[in-house]
Design a binder for this molecule. Sequence first.
Ligand code: PEP
Length: 255
Amino acid sequence: MRKFFIAGNWKMNLLRDSSVALVHQLLAQLNSSNNVDVAVCPPNVYLHDVGVALRGSLIRLGAQNVHHAAEGAFTGEVSCSMLQEFGCSYVILGHSERRAIFGETDLDVNTKLKAVLKSSMTPIVCVGETLAQREAGSTQTVVRGQCTHSLAGLTAEQMTKTVLAYEPVWAIGTGKTATPAQAEEVHADIRQLLESMFDRTVANSVVIQYGGSVKADNANELLSQPNIDGALVGGASLKAESFLPILEAALKIMK
Ligand code: PEP
C-alpha cells in the first residue's frame, strides 16, 4: 500500500530564524505518526539549521534542486553528496518554476534524476501543464511527454524509488486548485502510463503527489482521491497553522 507523502516547498522564502521557528512549531503540534511521510524543503543555505532543528523527529529534510555532476566548475550549484552531508532525504526536480524561469528541460530533469537515484536520496519529479496547454486540450499529451522523457531509462527498481508530483502550472501559487476530479484524472492517467512503461506492480507502488494551492480546506477532498498519494505544498507550507491541517487531513484518511 502506498503511504501518503506531504512535502513543503519553501521556495526562496523565510530567513534562518523564521525557518527554525517554523520547524519548532511543526514539531510541537504535529501528532507524530509513521503513517504519513513528511518533509520540508528549505533554501539550501538553511539546510543545516533546519536539519539540526529536525534531528530525532519524523520530519525529513529535502532540497529544491541539485546539479547532476558529482563536482566541478559549476558556479552556484550544489551536488547530491553536498545535500546528503546536510542530511537531505529528498530532492525536488523539475519544479515548474525551474522549468519556466531557469529553462530546465525534461532532459535536464532526467540527468539530475539519475544522479539523485545513485545517491540514497529520493527524487520528487514535478510535471504539469500550463493554462494555455489545458485550454488547448493537451494536458494528457504534455504530462505524458514530461513523464516519458523525464523518466527515460529508469529501471523498474529506480522507478519505485521515485516520487512524482503532478502540479498544474495554472494552480501553483494562484489560489486556483484543480478540482479533485481534474487532478484524479491526470493522476490515474500517469499511473496508466507507468504501467505501460514498466508494469502494474511498479505503477501501483509509485507515490504521486498533487501540488497547486493545496490548503486546509481542499486537502481532504484531494487526498481522498484513489490515485492522489500526498501533496507538494508551496504557500501553505510557510506557516504551521496552514501546513499542519494538511498533514492532519492525510493522517485522518490513513486511519
Ligand atoms: C509548489 O510550488 O509546488 C506549489 C504547489 O505551490 P502552491 O502550493 O503555493 O501553489
